[in-house]
Ligand binder design. Structure first.
Ligand code: HEM
Length: 146
């Protein structure tokens, strides 16, 4: 669980990323797809996935980037309430495990890219403030597979 100070600094850090949710969510996905091309195999129904330039323009990638960031934003609003936090994370994890069959190693990959982008855009303190959140998300998502 998170201390009051951790909740406040994580929220402050995330607010900066979420201010441009669609652009930053898209940037995270484009980096995941280009640096880890095997992750594209889950998105065969997305068109225009052949280059980073195409992906950045894709309504499907942009819409999905926004959706992922909205889900994280919902979690960030409930860092002070473990039950509510897991109430959002667990059903999402169930869907990724059973219906989408995502290899759980990819959760760490996407979380590391989120942190990397935070550091690039807003600095090391911003990244450090959000690491515990991404750790919680990855741990719980991976535990659903056990
Ligand atoms: C769908 C969030 C990681 C693949 C979704 C949806 C959300 C979401 C909110 C929509 C769920 C719905 O429609 O009910 C997240 C979050 C992640 C994460 C918060 C981690 C921080 C991943 C990873 C992959 C992945 C690592 C694969 C490499 C997918 C796929 C869909 C999906 C294939 C369905 C997309 C579609 O058909 O439109 N995710 N996701 N997700 N996610 Fe994730």
């Amino acid at each position: 669980s998170f201390s009051e100070a951790e909740v406040q600094s994580a929220r402050g850090a995330w607010e900066k990323m979420y201010a441009d949710a669609e652009d930053n969510g898209t940037a995270v996905l484009v980096r995941m797809f280009t640096e880890h091309p095997d992750t594209k195999s889950y998105f065969t129904h997305f068109k225009g996935m052949d280059s980073a330039e195409e992906m950045k323009q894709s309504d499907q990638v942009r819409g999905h980037g926004k959706r992922v960031f909205t889900a994280i934003n919902d979690m960030v609003q409930h860092l002070d309430n473990t039950e509510a936090f897991l109430g959002i994370l667990n059903p999402l994890g169930q869907k990724h495990a059973t219906q989408l069959k995502i290899d759980p190693k990819n959760f760490r990959i996407i979380c590391d890219i989120i942190l990397q982008l935070m550091e690039e855009k807003f600095g090391g303190d911003c990244k450090a403030s959000f690491e515990k959140v991404t750790n919680e998300i990855c741990t719980h998502l991976t535990n659903i597979y056990k």
